[in-house]
Design a protein around this ligand. Structure first.
Ligand code: NDP
Length: 332
């Protein structure tokens, strides 16, 4: 039996792992949140590792924000996350952890590279300025873990996923990532529209009210690929005890190129599931972040040849149902 520590255990990916392993007694899983241990604090991390003594570390914890949170807090994103990542690497070294599985992000890649992206292009250009702090802290984790494999027996798997979404996401309208924030916005616009239509016999007046409109920041032209967090959780669990040919491993995790969609297409899918028929406005006063970060599934398939991603429509429906059913308690 392996003792597996999951940092960021209370987040989107952490809770997806928890859902899968709750009936699995093969290993012991410890889900860590910031309340139990602030990973920015070196002493707290050392004390925790000394008491916990894990065999494997799945490192998910990260100070995260959506596009606009990143733009406004780039310095904090860099400093807090470099502290967290340094403390984790140092603890892995000191406590002789067997395997470290890190989650990076396709934000680490600069613009205008060769598409679909390959992990060896990570350092070819600077990351997009919108999320420079967050992305450089991920590059630091990548290089730090690689260098650590050269002076220890630690095995490293650096997973580089595209945008994630799913149950227990952060649906905050300002700090959430694009997909969960859009779900929340559409929910509010639909609710307002229904309430107005109930109160007024004149539906045209009602539709003129801005709270009944779905207002999107930017023109919706950016292209993205989305991975259901449950899928990423399954991939992470595969790497806990699979045989690795190399000590340092890096792989992009994203669906095939054909699954790339614009934010506008994503909005249309969300609106369809909500059956929202109010007005949709794209506000050109807002930035849209990186234009594209196209990946494919080829690196993943070299490790897990038969892996199939959950179709976006299926994952979206489950996530929206979860959001509506748990509206009072969801992270928002
Ligand atoms: P969440 O935002 O859902 O969760 C973040 C987790 O980090 C929480 O468990 C939080 O704990 C923990 N955390 C934050 N600050 C600290 C701290 N100072 N000390 C200890 N723990 C802390 O993240 P996700 O599950 O969405 O992301 C998991 C990983 O995947 C991250 O590394 C992220 O960068 C990466 N990723 C995410 C993408 C996405 O679209 N969501 C896309 C690509 C990569 P608490 O709840 O107690 O605050």
């Amino acid at each position: 039996m392996l003792k597996v520590l999951i940092t960021g255990g209370s987040g989107l990916v952490g809770s997806s792992i928890k859902n899968i392993v709750k009936e699995n007694n093969d290993n012991e899983y410890i889900f860590l949140s910031s309340k139990k241990c602030d990973l920015r604090n070196e002493v707290s991390v050392d004390t925790f590792f000394n008491e916990c003594k894990p065999d494997i570390v799945i490192h998910l914890a990260n100070v995260v924000a959506g596009l606009y949170g990143n733009i406004n807090n780039n310095y904090k994103m860099l400093v807090d996350n470099v502290k967290i990542n340094t403390n984790i690497l140092e603890a892995c070294k000191k406590y002789k952890i067997k395997r470290l599985i890190n989650i990076l992000s396709t934000c680490v890649f600069g613009n205008d590279l060769n598409y679909p992206l390959t992990s060896n292009q990570m350092y070819d250009k600077m990351p997009d300025s919108s999320n420079e702090g967050y992305s450089v802290s991920k590059r630091f984790l990548d290089t730090g873990s690689k260098l650590l494999t050269r002076c220890s027996k630690l095995q490293v798997v650096n997973i580089i996923p595209t945008n994630l979404y799913g149950l227990n996401d952060n649906f905050n309208l300002h700090e959430g990532h694009v997909l969960p924030a859009l779900i929340h916005k559409c929910f509010i616009a639909k609710k307002n529209l229904e309430e107005r239509l109930c109160k007024s016999s004149d539906s045209f007046n009602s539709i003129g009210n801005t709270s009944c409109k779905l207002i999107i920041k930017g023109l919706g032209k950016s292209l993205r690929q989305f991975v259901y967090a449950h899928d990423l959780a399954k991939i992470i669990l595969h790497f806990i005890d699979c045989k690795l040919e190399k000590q340092f491993n890096q792989l992009i995790v994203g669906p095939p190129v054909k699954d790339e969609i614009s934010i506008k297409e994503l909005v249309n899918k969300i609106v369809k599931i909500f059956d929202f028929n109010g007005e949709i406005i794209y506000d050109s006063n807002f930035q849209e972040g990186q234009r594209k970060k196209t990946v494919d599934d080829s690196e993943l398939l070299t490790y897990i040849p038969d892996f199939k991603f959950t179709p976006l429509e299926t994952g979206l429906k489950k996530t929206i149902d979860y959001f509506i059913d748990n509206y009072d308690t969801v992270r928002k």
